[in-house]
Design a binder for this molecule. Structure first.
Ligand SMILES: [Zn+2]
Length: 57
């Protein structure tokens, strides 16, 4: 399987972008972009949802 090993900007851990995934395509287009691992993108998403509910009330 083809993959790139990149550094997560949030937790500074190395993780892999596998061929066929959206982030892999983004990396191929813009190798200097900012990427984060699945765990962190999940956390960021959950935080965004929590903030959304906090401010919508
Ligand atoms: Zn991470």
């Amino acid at each position: 399987m083809i993959y790139y090993e990149v550094l997560c900007y949030s937790c500074k851990q190395k993780f892999r972008l596998y061929e066929g995934s959206l982030k892999y395509k983004q990396f191929k287009k813009n190798g200097n972009g900012i990427f984060c691992c699945e765990d962190c993108s999940h956390k960021i998403r959950m935080d965004a949802i929590k903030n959304f509910f906090r401010y919508s009330k």
